[in-house]
Each structure stands twice: as C-alpha cells, then as structure tokens.
Design a protein around this ligand. Sequence first.
Ligand code: DQA
Length: 148
Amino acid sequence: MQTRMKKILILNGPNLNLLGRREPSVYGERGFEDFFLELRQMYAGRAELEYFQSNVEGVLIDKIQEAGFACDGIVLNAGAYTHTSIAIGDAIRAVTAPVVEVHISNVYAREAYRQHSFLAAACAGCIAGFGLDSYRLAVEALLQAGKE
Ligand code: DQA
C-alpha cells in the first residue's frame, strides 16, 4: 500500500532570518536556508517540506490559518512571540493541522521570561534545546503521529 507524502510547513518567526549571524553562541553559526535544503533532501520521498519566515505577527497568523487547513502539520518556531502572543496561540487552536512548537535553544535554561509559552498548550508537543536538530525532531514527530 502506498502512503501519501505528508505536507509539512516549517514556520519561523521574528529574527530567525538572521540565524548564523544572530548570537551564534546561542543559536549556532548556520543559516536556516542552508539547513532547510539539507532537511528537504533528508526527507525526500517521505515528506513535502515547505519553509516560510516572517518578522510580523499578523503574517505568521495568516500563514497558520492558510497552512493549518491545507497541510498535515506545522513546525513552528515563533521566536519571541512564543512568550507574548495570545493571538498566535488562538490561531493554532483554530486550525486542524497539528502544530509542534520548536526552539533552537533550551528556553527553560534561559531567562525567566522565556520559560512561559502562550503556544505550548495549543500545540501537539514542544521540542527545545537541540539546536537546528529540534526542527528535524519535530518533522519526525509529525511523520510518526497517527501511525500507532
Ligand atoms: C527561540 C527562543 C526565543 O526565546 C527567542 O526569542 C528566539 C528563538 C529559540 O529558537 O531558541 O527568537 O525561539
């Protein structure tokens, strides 16, 4: 039996366009586009991966609303909006696709204001602290979901 490839959107929020240049001691030295190409190759034939980034809260919400009814899952690193945005939490609740919250750094080992998420309770799960590999782990989780 042939299974349909799952469509997964990777959605990055504010300042994540600067990966590789932004605080490399926290977020690493690799740009996201380069990592994404590798991830796409890694999952070729298993998942259809798309990538979108915005620094604007409303644009992220528009994308969640659009992809959240059209794809099989969203991997979301909302950056600092994680800790501030009730609206993004509501958008996640509004859509049918499961959303996995992702962080490159271990937010629970950082400043107190990074230890609360307005998104986590609306998400299928949360992966934090594994560098860029957090995204791969989230894709893996979405691919495994529903198989058991
Ligand atoms: C981040 C953690 C957030 O606290 C921060 O605002 C970011 C990146 C992470 O991936 O570790 O922008 O989401």
